[in-house]
Write a protein that binds this ligand. Structure first.
Ligand SMILES: [Fe+2]
Ligand SMILES: [Fe+2]
Length: 344
């Protein structure tokens, strides 16, 4: 019996629940034996640089571990240059001449199918199955060459995930992979803050990593702490107050400039899925320097000695690279003196 295979191409940068739902719909409704995920090298009509294929492949491998009928084809990654579907289908139909191929697309892609390279020839090489809501399929009035694959699409795009939105619409193991490999993370924090704070956050993250390296702590964990420490600082006060009332009612009478540390510690956990008590503690205490946990000391130091603050802190910073605890006390004393002078 010929094998029936559905192909799902995409940049998968990153893979998300929408891709998985589409592949499952093909398995259930088209009766295919397998779905092959085909990560693109550089998709046509797109000018963005894709994340290195090694990472995108690794994420797809994770997906396949959880979905036994999914496979990966690296035909496009191997080919280099721009990925055209026609080249992919030519290769696959040559290599697997007795297979029956279905190519999965969305209604938006079907609507501009004529723009695809060699679109007429494409239709001879595979059945094109259009997956989308019923009303969307009717709207574009598909011709008879397309197979309908009605499904409720998951409302998420890879670009939203790259920009830190709808992070719940990807599998937990993909989110973990992204965090472990520090993919997209600077774009996750960027929309949360003004440009100066974004530069500061990156600078603090770099210093945290350096301090952790100097003192033999987990550099990745220190980096995450630094990168996310001010994630709540530009949140509107009213919204911050909601978080404080819900999670830290005892802090409601503290000055609202202090709040962003507490709120940030919850945001990293609940919004960004960083479930690490040491990171949460460090962020919660970074404003006042009230924790002596190494990660808390490192982010407090990095935050205060960040060269972007515009004063020469190199002496202090070197003291901290040499001796974390005493350096931390020095920075704390200096910060206290600075704040008192400000008050006057
Ligand atoms: Fe802060
Ligand atoms: Fe900061």
């Amino acid at each position: 019996m010929t094998k029936k295979v559905a192909l799902l191409g995409g940049s998968f940068d990153p893979v998300h629940n929408g891709h998985i739902a589409m592949a499952n719909a093909a398995l259930e409704q088209l009766g295919v034996d397998e779905v092959w995920l085909i990560p693109a090298n550089q998709a046509p009509l797109k000018d963005r640089f894709l994340t290195d294929g090694t990472y995108r492949l690794a994420m797809l491998r994770e997906v396949c571990k959880h979905n036994p009928k999914f496979r990966i084809s690296d035909v496009e990654l191997k080919r280099h240059g721009t990925s055209y579907t026609i080249d992919t289908l030519k290769t696959l139909t040559r290599q697997f001449s007795d297979y029956e191929f279905y190519y999965l697309i969305g209604a938006d892609q079907a609507a501009q199918f004529d723009k695809w390279k060699d679109s007429k020839e494409l239709k001879k090489m595979a059945h094109f199955a259009v997956a989308d809501r019923n009303d969307k399929l009717e709207e574009i009035g598909l011709d008879k060459d397309f197979i309908l694959l009605p499904m409720e699409p998951v409302d998420v795009s890879s670009s939203e995930i790259r920009n830190g939105k709808k992070l719940n619409l990807m599998p937990e193991y993909i989110r973990q992979y992204i965090l472990d490999n520090e993919l997209y993370l600077i774009w996750w924090i960027k929309p949360q803050m003004n440009p100066a704070r974004f530069a500061h956050s990156n600078s603090v993250a770099r210093l945290c990593r350096e301090l952790a390296k100097a003192h033999g702590f987990d550099e990745h964990r220190a980096y995450l702490t630094g990168l996310f420490h001010d994630v709540a600082k530009d949140m509107p006060k009213s919204e911050m107050e909601k978080w404080i009332r819900a999670c830290f009612p005892e802090a409601i009478d503290e000055h609202h400039a202090i709040w962003h540390g507490y709120v940030g510690s919850k945001v990293v956990d609940r919004v960004f899925g960083i479930h690490d008590p040491a990171i949460a503690n460090a962020i919660a205490n970074h404003v006042k320097g009230t924790s002596y946990d190494p990660y808390a000391m490192m982010v407090f130091i990095a935050d205060k000695v960040d060269p972007l603050r515009g004063y020469d802190s190199s002496g202090l910073y070197h003291a901290c690279l040499h001796d974390l605890y005493n350096g931390f006390l020095l920075v704390k004393a200096e910060n206290k003196a600075f704040l008192e002078k400000e008050k006057k």
